[in-house]
Design a protein around this ligand. Structure first.
Ligand SMILES: [Zn+2]
Length: 110
């Protein structure tokens, strides 16, 4: 079972956003957001493999970073679980399993 991700939900147009703002970018309504949680499930939009990392994640290299379109309508950047034996693919289904240093970590759904 995947973890959930907190989003800002516009009660007027029903769109979700990761970041809050005074106006909804979609319908231009003012102060129309409520906090909501969506399932950490979605599909890979794009990805890359990191070979040279910042110091604190150096021991994990190589690892994959992916841009993921969540089923809940938001796009997030996260790390893929350490299983690099299986190549990633665009549109591969993934789910959020944990946070590592506040970065969401996803694994592929088998
Ligand atoms: Zn809206």
């Amino acid at each position: 079972m995947s973890l959930k991700i907190k989003v800002h939900h516009c009660v007027i147009c029903e769109k979700n956003y990761l970041l809050a703002s005074a106006y909804c970018p979609q319908c231009r309504s003012e102060n129309s957001f409520i906090p909501m949680e969506v399932e950490g499930k979605g599909k890979i939009f794009s990805y890359t493999v990191v070979y040279v990392s910042e110091k604190k994640w150096e021991a994990d290299t190589p690892y994959s970073l992916a841009v993921i379109d969540l089923d809940g309508g938001v796009r997030v950047l996260g790390r893929m679980n350490g299983d690099n034996l299986h190549p990633l693919q665009i549109d591969m289904e993934v789910e959020l399993t944990e946070y590592k240093d506040q970065v969401p970590v996803f694994k592929r759904v088998d």
